[in-house]
Design a protein around this ligand. Structure first.
Ligand code: MN3
Length: 201
């Protein structure tokens, strides 16, 4: 059975960018619903039991279409949000250092140009979806709860939820203001550790 992970910080801890009201609703209701529905789906398909969430997505061949779809939506919802909480910190913001900064500069020219490109992509997501930074420095977007693992790509370093439920209470329709504030809480230390793990694997 999959479990809703606890947040490493208080609901209010990110309130300079995301209010406690949103964090509580987003974590306790939205994310929990994905976990509950994922567990129900797995119970109906015992061949999928016992895998970590990262490994589940590569086991979907031959699985009935409705089950596969539910795993993408609810398993994706669980994976994506679990990573999203780890991408933010009360001590976040600023820039990465070391290998991750070098990766970004090699591809985008400067950290600011990377931020601009990521923001542009985040604003381009039509409807609900996600933005990802991959270990090859690509920025990609996915609709709904799809993610890079479902697409057969490497585990992402960073993600941003651009579903309206992630920002509407605070920002109404102003996704650009949400993204601007979000840069101030990004946990670059955690992203750097994910990149080191990727380089060592
Ligand atoms: Mn969400």
């Amino acid at each position: 059975m999959y479990e809703l992970p606890s947040l490493a910080y208080d609901y209010e801890a990110l309130s300079r960018a995301i209010s406690g009201d949103i964090m509580k609703l987003h974590h306790d209701k939205h994310h929990k619903t994905y976990v509950d529905k994922l567990n129900l789906t797995i119970q109906s398909e015992p061949s999928l039991m016992g895998f970590t969430i990262d490994n589940l997505f590569s086991r979907l061949e031959g699985v009935p279409e409705a089950t596969r779809k539910s795993i993408c939506n609810n398993g994706g919802g669980h994976y994506n949000h679990s990573l999203f909480w780890l991408c933010m910190s009360p001590n976040g913001g600023g820039e990465p250092e070391g290998d991750l900064l070098n990766l970004i500069i090699a591809k985008y020219g400067s950290f600011q140009q990377f931020v601009d490109e990521f923001t542009t992509q985040a604003l381009s997501v039509f409807g609900s979806g996600w933005v990802w930074l991959q270990p090859n420095a690509d920025i990609i977007t996915t609709p709904n709860q799809d993610n890079p693992i479902i697409l057969g790509l490497d585990s992402p370093l960073l993600c941003l939820d651009v579903w309206e439920h992630a920002y509407y209470l605070d920002y109404k329709n102003k996704r650009d203001d949400y993204i601007k504030a979000w840069w101030g809480i990004v946990d670059w230390n955690a992203a750097s550790i994910r990149y080191s793990d990727y380089l060592e694997q």
